[in-house]
Write a protein that binds this ligand. Structure first.
Ligand code: HDE
Length: 700
């Protein structure tokens, strides 16, 4: 905080205008403060003459209770925080639009899904699940992917995740799941981590979670960027057309940049290098005009199709493989505006899966049914009362009117006598419309009321097996290693063993690898199953490898330089990388940079110690012979290249840089190239060097 010169009672005031002269008009206020500055006022509009000192009877005397300016300021400050979200507390969001490219008019009457070319404004928030609002961006976790469409027929909130299935089948288990993954209640750690006893204790007692565990332990749990994740509505929803006919639908978001993840060691180091890695990445891309984009695709199927699936589509632990129901792309979402204010928008936005316009309806998925209740309830406590829909980010952008009145923070001033229905006293009071929201006339199953789980939800392992066996070899190795990492943090041996007993039902080789990684001397018996796993055809769409785009678009390249570095080389590399769509950042031991070979000063974008290579997708090292020798004795410089090597990134180096590579024991492979060969560097930088991995670490 900048020190300000203390002023005594007798010091001249900056704003001598007496209160009597002040009008509530903003233009006048501007003029009064001078220049372009509006006059500082209290929340009641009283102009403030001194914002540095509180009111006291004498310069060294006590503060007076009368100081309403101080009291208002401190009281407001005391109330600046609202309860954070119980889950998904850590998040980043942006404004943008959704543009429909293919009409679904045959299936739905919702205008947002039938009016091709119309741009519907959206507000999209990404989040981690387990950590608090101030936690890091890169733990192993599911990512929330929530989109609010401000449609002409009311708000539609598609509140999804970056994983298409969920841990549990019934909303009844949600508080248990969340309590198990959150920091343990007696010790208040670990923060933002599933690698602890209570989570794995719960999971190992819930076989229905096994499919989701495969996804969460895969590289999907450690994304490179929020711009490179898929999104899924998870549940089946219904579409209803004008005739009231229903079609089931699953929603998928597919990132234009392709899917990409980090490697686990990199994710761990990112937690130290940049707590805001994903938030900063999204902010920098959007403010640079490099707008992230996703396709919206749907899987459409009928009741009859569903009856033929070898699983129940109402069970949220199941995907519908694309070989059964292909995806149809129907539109795109572009995020093109960072919020003006984090609290007002990103923190106060209130999503609710029950917000759907006419033409979209719910299925009987028991998890979805529970969610329909939970979100409104949480918002009442989180945002303080029933009028949170009036907060600008939550308010529909179409007209809305009803007879609900009053309550905390009522911002509207309703007119007239009528606040009830039916009424006959006023001609303009809101009335029902024949065109209002229709609910699908779903016939109720025959049966008896009870707390039951459908028999069709009993297969917990087939799709977990399908997922694991569909992965490429490096992805399978990462998944096994992730399980070893997580379970190695679990202190209770029986929990580790119980988890392995489930893995035996999924894939014997996976169970063996994990057991071996944990040092278990004997494989436990397979867990008892209600329905043994079936072998299903592979689903290539669950992989990341092969679906990452070999491109530099959206990627970031770091060039390490110092005094005397070759100016031409730096400029060539920078130009070539930028032309290929990458962002380039220069890193030097000092942020002031150095004088390059052409005699010109070059500032750095980041200082070496605070800008390790984990924040880049590929690195180049351009150093004079002298700087190469000097930096070979500098731990941060050695780490810069050795971590880039360990994290399977492309590295380019000139002769001076080679000295550093040698000290850091960087090996030789097609991903390590000469800095003079920009083309080779860019080709290598567009992908990760998977072939290098087995040389570097023992994967489970
Ligand atoms: Fe949520 N979830 N959830 N959830 N969820 C919340 O709502 C809940 C579930 C998801 O960026 C909360 O406003 C229950 C599945 C996202 O603001 C809360 C159940 C999926 C976000 C809540 C689920 C999600 C939330 C916390 C099981 C993926 C963040 C604060 C029945 C399809 C939205 C809030 C944002 C947030 C309840 C399961 C996604 C407490 C009871 C499945 C992306 O209401």
């Amino acid at each position: 905080m900048a020190a300000s010169k203390p002023r005594s009672k007798s010091a001249p005031k900056r704003n001598p205008a007496p209160a009597a002269e002040v009008r509530g008009n903003a233009d006048e206020l501007h003029q009064q403060a001078g220049g372009g500055h509006p006059v500082l006022t209290t929340n009641q509009g009283i102009p403030v003459g001194d914002n540095q000192n509180s009111l006291r009877p004498t310069p060294r005397g006590p503060t007076l209770l009368e100081d309403f300016i101080l009291r208002e300021k401190i009281t407001h400050f005391d109330h600046e925080r609202i309860p954070e979200r119980i889950v998904h507390a850590r998040g980043s969001a942006a404004h943008g639009y959704f543009e429909l490219t293919r009409s679904l008019h045959e299936f739905t009457r919702a205008r947002v899904l039938t009016e091709v070319g119309v741009r519907t404004p959206v507000f999209t928030r990404f989040s981690t699940v387990a950590g608090g609002a101030g936690s890091v961006d890169t733990p192993r976790d599911v990512r929330g992917f929530a989109v609010k469409f401000y449609t002409p027929e009311g708000n539609w909130d598609l509140v999804g995740n970056n994983i298409p299935v969920f841990f549990i089948q019934d909303a009844m288990k949600f508080p248990d799941l969340v309590h198990s993954v959150k920091m343990e209640p007696d010790r208040a750690f670990p923060q933002a981590a599933s690698a602890h006893d209570t989570f794995w204790d719960f999971i190992s007692l819930m076989p229905e979670s096994m499919h989701m565990i495969m996804w969460a332990m895969s590289d999907r749990g450690i994304p490179r960027s929020l711009r490179m994740i898929e999104g899924f509505g998870v549940h089946s929803f219904r579409l209803l057309n004008d005739a009231g006919e229903s079609t089931f639908v699953k929603f998928h978001w597919r990132p234009k940049l392709g899917i990409q993840s980090t490697v686990w060691d990199e994710a761990l180091k990112l937690q130290a290098a940049d707590n805001d890695y994903h938030r900063r990445d999204l902010f920098e891309a959007i403010t640079a005009g490099d707008f992230p984009e996703w396709e919206l695709a749907v899987q459409l199927f009928s009741e009859d199709d569903a009856a033929g699936f070898p699983f129940d589509h109402l069970d949220p632990t199941k995907i519908i493989p694309e070989s059964l129901v292909p995806l149809t792309v129907i539109g795109r979402m572009v995020l093109d505006r960072w919020p003006d204010n984090f609290f007002a928008e990103t923190e106060q936005v209130a999503y609710c899966p029950a917000n759907v316009p006419p033409g979209i309806d719910f299925s009987n998925d028991p998890l979805l049914q529970g969610r329909l209740f939970s979100y409104l309830d949480t918002q009442l406590i989180r945002l303080g009362g029933p009028n949170f829909h009036q907060i600008p980010v939550n308010a529909p952008k179409c007209p809305f009117a009803n007879h609900q009145r009053d309550g905390h923070m009522q911002m509207r001033v309703p007119k007239g006598r009528v606040a009830y229905d039916p009424s006959s006293l006023e001609d303009d009071s809101p009335r029902e419309s024949a065109d209002g929201f229709p609910s699908h006339a779903t016939p109720a199953d025959d049966g008896v009321k009870g707390r039951v789980r459908a028999e069709s939800f009993a297969d917990h392992y087939s799709q977990a097996r399908l997922f694991f066996r569909s992965l490429e070899a490096p992805e399978q190795a990462h998944l096994a290693s992730a399980l070893v990492f997580e379970l190695s943090k679990v202190e209770t041996a029986k929990v580790r063993e119980r988890t392995v007993s489930h893995l035996r039902n999924i894939d014997e080789s996976l169970a063996k690898r994990v057991a071996d990684g944990l040092g278990l001397s004997n494989l436990p018996d397979p867990a008892p199953t209600a329905t043994p796993a079936q072998d299903l055809p592979k689903a290539p769409e669950v992989r990341i490898i092969g679906r990452t785009k070999d491109t530099l678009k959206g990627r970031c390249i770091g060039i390490l330089f110092d005094e005397g570095s070759d100016a031409g080389l730096i400029s060539n590399l920078r130009k070539a990388a930028e032309k290929a769509g990458a962002q380039v950042k220069l890193v030097a031991p000092k942020v002031g940079g150095g004088t390059l070979s052409d005699g010109k000063r070059q500032a750095a974008d980041g200082q070496l110690a605070g800008t390790p290579s984990v924040v880049f997708d590929a690195v180049a090292v351009v150093l004079s012979a002298e700087a190469g020798k000097r930096l070979s004795k500098e731990a941060a410089a050695i780490d810069f290249v050795s971590f880039a090597w360990a994290h399977l990134k492309a590295i380019a180096a000139d002769e001076g840089g080679q000295a550093l590579l040698k000290t850091a024991r960087v090996g030789n492979d097609p991903g390590v190239v000469e800095a003079e060969d920009a083309k080779a560097f860019l080709t290598a930088a567009a992908t990760r060097q998977w072939a290098r991995e087995p040389k570097l670490r023992t994967l489970a």
